[in-house]
Design a protein around this ligand. Structure first.
Ligand SMILES: Cc1cc2nc3c(=O)[nH]c(=O)nc-3n(C[C@H](O)[C@H](O)[C@H](O)COP(=O)(O)OP(=O)(O)OC[C@H]3O[C@@H](n4cnc5c(N)ncnc54)[C@H](O)[C@@H]3O)c2cc1C
Length: 370
């Protein structure tokens, strides 16, 4: 059943960090809007590291109290084996902002959602985007829940749907993928006490990531080229081989956990991708929908929150007749993305041990993937 048509100046599709930060900023600017997410309650997502320099942004958004509590772990630095066989330690102790955080991601997104209490925001949790269509001066957005559908109208629709960029796809705007990296993720019990640090290790066909998740579990991820990842049933063997090639990560894993359980391994896209332009006449993209970052950067959550902050101000200004706000948004986002690309290329270029490896050759030559 399609319910009556509601008008909002802005409709945000996607209630992850980027969509929620856009909503918070629109509320602060007094702009009525709605936010739509396919999941009735947040679901667990991979990725938990928040670097120390994210703190001023969290404060600016008024959400610093959400992460500064004991249910998220302090993150004191990184241990990385990259470029040669040495394990190097980078401590945040001298960082002006102190330590970062290893988030309980589900708790963070649940509390962030609960924080969206403004009367200016209407929530549609559990509704999936079905259609975006331009009609005269308005945009029609059709969303579908488990028992009813709504047809909404707006001046601007925000794509905050993450890597899929579903709004852009509906509008025929496609993202460019700069590589074909995927992540194999799983959670395993920790062996002994584990440092509140991120462990990174490069091997011949990819790299490992391990970080504490609560007191007794760790997030374990292996990053590889899509073309080298085998069928689901062969994933445990593939990961075990990759573990055996590591010097340090394998020491974090209790051998009694092997072979790993194929049903617990998730395979998800984890490369770099971007839109040519992050806005159009009636839409604007934020977070991963606009620019998706390689997790080696630990940049996605913070960048999504930051993009949401600037997107909210951009839309508020545009509704006030200041169309140039979109160009300012583009300038900020593109510059941040270019700076990231430079750092990324430099970082991957440090690893020269396997010049014949399909994975590392692809990393170093960051050319668009068709
Ligand atoms: C393996 C991996 C590890 C990572 N590690 C880190 C890390 O350590 N630190 C870090 O900062 N970042 C990390 N990231 C990146 C980070 O998770 C993302 O950058 C971040 O989640 C982006 O936020 P977002 O709001 O743009 O998108 P998302 O968090 O993906 O949110 C998009 C939302 O849109 C909703 N949605 C999607 N389609 C529709 C639809 N059709 N209709 C309605 N709703 C829809 C979804 O339900 C979802 O809630 C990692 C990513 C990966 C893949």
């Amino acid at each position: 059943m399609v319910r009556d048509s509601h008008y909002f100046p802005v409709i945000i599709i996607g209630g992850g960090p980027a969509g929620l930060a856009t909503s918070l900023t629109l509320s602060a600017r007094g702009i009525p809007h709605c936010i739509v997410d396919a999941n009735e309650v947040p679901v667990n997502k991979p990725g938990e590291a928040i670097p120390p320099n994210a703190k001023p942004l969290l404060k600016q958004l008024g959400i610093d109290h959400l992460i500064d509590n004991k249910r998220h772990l302090p993150y004191y630095g990184n241990k990385a084996c990259w470029g040669d066989d040495t394990l190097r330690q980078e401590e945040f102790i001298t960082d002006v902002h102190g330590h970062g955080y290893l988030l309980n991601r589900l708790l963070f997104e649940t509390e962030l959602r609960e924080h969206i209490t403004s009367a200016l925001c209407t929530n549609f949790w559990g509704y999936k985007l079905r259609l975006v269509e331009q009609q005269d001066q308005e945009t029609i957005v059709r969303i579908e829940g488990s028992s009813e559908s709504h047809e909404l109208r707006c001046r601007y629709v925000v794509d905050a749907t993450g890597r899929k960029a579903s709004v852009c796809r509906q509008l025929g705007v496609l993202k460019t993928a700069l590589d074909e990296q995927f992540a194999l993720t799983l959670q395993v019990p920790i062996r002994n006490n584990m440092a509140h640090q991120i462990h990174i290790e490069a091997i011949e066909n990819g790299w490992w990531y391990a970080a504490l998740l609560g007191q007794s579990q760790m997030n374990l991820m292996f990053f590889a080229s899509k073309s080298l990842i085998p069928a689901k049933s062969d994933l445990p063997e593939f990961l075990e081989n990759a573990l055996n090639k590591s010097i340090y990560i394998k020491k974090l894993i209790d051998k009694s956990l092997l072979p790993l359980n194929a049903t617990e391994i998730r395979v998800i896209p984890a490369g770099t991708s971007c839109l040519d332009v992050p806005y159009g006449a009636n839409w604007l993209a934020v977070g991963d929908a606009a620019y998706a970052y390689d997790p080696i950067s630990s940049y996605g959550i913070t960048s999504g929150l930051g993009a949401g902050y600037y997107a909210g101000h951009t839309l508020a200004d545009a509704l006030d007749g200041k169309q140039e706000a979109f160009d300012v948004y583009r300038y900020l986002m593109e510059n941040a993305f270019q700076a990231y690309l430079e750092k990324l290329e430099n970082h991957y270029a440090l690893e020269q041990r396997w010049p014949q490896s399909g994975y590392w050759v692809n990393r170093i030559n960051m050319t668009p993937v068709a």
